[in-house]
Design a protein around this ligand. Structure first.
Ligand code: C2E
Ligand code: CA
Ligand code: CA
Length: 671
């Protein structure tokens, strides 16, 4: 505890410290602000050589006027020593001029300069005063003029280092004023008073200028900080805190410009599978949480390899690999990423499972531009999505050939005369209980004058990617319906639609118009769509499907079992048929998994009260297995390949003969 008296003493000393000492220390000390220190260092290093040049010129001028009056050690020796010292300082500061320095180094160098300032100003002032006692009235006046004018030049040059300017002013002027006032010579006394006043005015102006300088440096630092923050925000994805699309492309361009062309530069694009259903089912809150959690997992997978990760938007992410990595290493890393994403996510009391498909393009072979790399990665991603989802595909030479061929196909198809170059062939769908064709699937054929015959497996996807498949659809549908008009009821026609045919009201209108204008009964028409059709715009596709059902058409899900449809979504659609994909049939005799899948798909169609067509049946063995599993409707080379319209009658009569033969066999067996 302190007594009241002590307390008063403490307060008094505190007040003294606060009112006098602290401002004085601040005035004479170096600033704390690192930016200001650096700015001072920069400004000072530019001006200090000039100051020394003026100082030495004036010094030698004074020395020369005193050569014949004063001893040589004073007029030659001391100026030589001073020239050597200032010369060293000039060289040192000249070297520092304009360069970048750390705040610590700036503080150390400026602090040393302050100390040296005391020595140098004392040295010069004492030297010039020591010359006073030699020579004439003129040379004495020269001493006074030398001191007054040199100190003013020095204060000017030291403008950005306030403590140094003040030290020089106080030392030199203090000695000047004391010395000349004590000389009693009225001219010098008057000069001393003048110098005091001028110096005071200069110090006031210096202080004002110094404050402006400080504010300017602070404002600059704030502007830079604000700019940096804006830049950071403009390059950041606010949901996941990952770099955004803009940041990614900037980084890609930078890596490319920075000579990464010679090293391996790989780009990856990842797209989540099954994100949309999560968003639809659980709401955007869970969707956002999922994206954040995905980002954390991806970050963890990227960090050890120094891979730059960004969110391009939606459920799409991108990677940039600038380190040395082989294609196999890229593939292995991509598989690791896919594996990490396939583990389940627990979010807000819900467990969800998704996967990620990844396309990677590397700089192997010829160097690619950033745009080329992105295009290739996107293409590889498309292949990953088309194949087994949740997998990684690295862009290869084969993809490159494919792209070139697709470009040629697209050109030819865009300028094709669809009416004459496109035609439709028909493949029967057979009821194995009666051995009769109950309908035909229409399949497109294109014979290009330039390219020859091109498979629909090739040209339909090209037209889909080019966005003009609907033009093909209307031509093909018209041709198929024209042929089918002659068929006896209840023979059915199946026709394939693309996702794009259903995802815009205009495209659908064109299709319903063709159906409406045809004499074929729409109730005998089945429209086949794949599960992927729902990936684009499920709501619009559902509206389109309902509209087609209103016309009386059947709706089949094609290639069933290969997509990602949720059963609930399928259930909400007014479907009439499922078509089991032929990839399962090819392995059904030897592969237990395929066998089990087909068995459950047949059971599923039965539960959903849908007809089930099994595609791609090529052998009697496969047919036997399917018959045992309860399959009824079969399509495939075993019965017939697709045939031209002109060969349909022959095809049908073959069925009649087969039927007659089997019935004959049955009759024989019975008798
Ligand atoms: P898809 O709809 O699954 O058609 C069945 C494909 O399997 C046809 O190939 C057919 O010739 C073939 N196929 C039938 N039975 C067998 C068999 O036993 N074994 C084997 N290995 N294949 C068999 P195609 O005609 O080359 O058509 C390929 C794909 O092109 C079609 O697959 C369909 O997705 C698309 N496509 C064909 N025509 C059209 C069309 O007019 N419009 C649209 N949007 N797509 C079409
Ligand atoms: Ca089909
Ligand atoms: Ca199919």
């Amino acid at each position: 505890m302190s007594s009241p008296g002590q307390d008063t003493g403490g307060t008094a000393s505190r007040t003294l410290r606060d009112t006098l000492l602290t401002p004085l220390v601040r005035l004479w000390g170096l600033p704390d602000d690192p930016n200001l220190l650096r700015a001072q260092h920069r400004a000072f290093s530019g001006q200090v050589p000039l100051m020394y040049v003026i100082l030495m010129t004036n010094t030698w001028a004074l020395a020369i006027t005193h050569v014949s009056h004063a001893p040589a050690w004073l007029t030659i020796g001391v100026p030589c020593l001073m020239t050597a010292i200032t010369g060293l300082r000039i060289v040192m500061w000249w070297r520092r001029r304009g360069g970048h320095t750390t705040p610590e180094r700036a503080r150390a160098e400026l602090g040393r300069t302050l100390k040296l300032g005391v020595v140098i100003s004392l040295g010069f002032a004492l030297w010039s005063l020591s010359l006073y006692s030699y020579g004439t009235a003129y040379t004495r006046a020269h001493v006074a003029f030398y001191m007054a004018i040199t100190v003013i030049s020095c204060i000017f040059c030291l403008m950005h280092l306030r403590p140094a300017a003040m030290t020089v002013a106080v030392i030199v002027n203090g000695l000047f004023v004391g010395f000349f006032i004590s000389s009693g010579e009225p001219t010098f006394v008057a000069s001393a008073v003048n110098v005091v006043l001028v110096s005071l005015a200069m110090l006031i102006i210096l202080n004002i200028n110094y404050n402006h300088f400080t504010h300017m440096v602070q404002a600059q630092a704030e502007a830079v900080a604000l700019g940096n923050e804006n830049f950071r925000l403009a390059n950041l994805d606010s949901l996941t805190d990952l770099p955004n699309r803009r940041a990614f492309f900037a980084r890609l361009a930078e890596a490319y410009e920075g000579g990464a062309r010679e090293r391996l530069l790989a780009v990856g694009i990842l797209d989540l599978d099954g994100f949309k259903p999560v968003n639809d089912a659980y709401g955007h809150g869970v969707g956002d949480r999922l994206l954040q959690e995905v980002s954390r997992r991806l970050e963890a997978a990227c960090a050890p390899h120094g891979i730059f990760l960004a969110r391009l938007g939606g459920d799409e992410f991108a990677f940039l690999l600038t380190s040395q990595a082989s294609e196999d290493q890229c593939l292995a890393w991509g598989q690791e990423v896919c594996e990490v994403l396939s583990r389940h996510f627990s979010l807000a009391g819900t467990v969800v499972q998704i996967s990620g498909s990844l396309g990677i393009a590397t700089q192997h072979g010829q160097p690619q531009s950033p745009q080329d790399l992105m295009y290739r990665a996107d293409y590889a991603l498309y292949q990953a999505k088309r194949g087994q989802r949740g997998s990684v595909v690295v862009f290869s030479e084969a993809h490159n050939d494919e792209i070139r061929r697709h470009a040629v196909i697209e050109q030819a198809l865009r300028s094709a005369d669809l009416e004459s170059e496109l035609k439709v062939v028909f493949q029967p769908i057979v009821d194995i209980r009666t051995e009769q064709a109950i309908g035909f699937e229409a399949l497109a054929r294109w014979v290009s004058p330039a390219l020859g015959s091109v498979s629909p497996g090739e040209f339909i996807p090209v037209a889909e990617r080019g966005g003009f498949v609907s033009r093909l659809t209307t031509t093909l549908l018209k041709k198929a319906l024209d042929t089918a008009t002659d068929w006896p009821a209840p023979m059915r026609l199946s026709f394939n639609l693309s996702a794009q045919d259903l995802s815009s009201p205009e495209n659908l209108l064109r299709i319903t118009a063709v159906i409406g204008q045809s004499a074929f009964d729409p109730r005998r028409l089945d429209l086949e769509i794949t599960e992927t059709a729902f990936a684009f715009d499920p709501a619009q596709v559902k509206r389109s499907v309902l509209q087609l059902r209103d016309l009386g058409c059947g709706i089949s899900i094609d290639d069933f079992g290969t997509g990602y449809s949720s059963l609930s979504r399928l259930h909400s659609l007014p479907l009439t048929k499922l078509k089991i994909d032929r990839s399962f049939i090819a392995r059904i005799e030897h592969d237990a998994a395929s066998h089990n899948i087909v068995r459950s798909l047949i059971a599923l169609s039965r539960d959903m009260k849908l007809d089930c067509v099994i595609e791609g049946v090529e052998t009697a063995g496969e047919l036997e297995v399917l018959r045992n599993l309860g399959g009824v409707l079969i399509q495939g080379y075993f019965y017939s390949p697709p045939v031209e319209a002109s060969a349909l009658a022959g095809c049908l009569s073959r069925f009649d003969r087969t039927r007659a033969a089997t019935m004959g066999e049955a009759g024989l067996k019975a008798s």
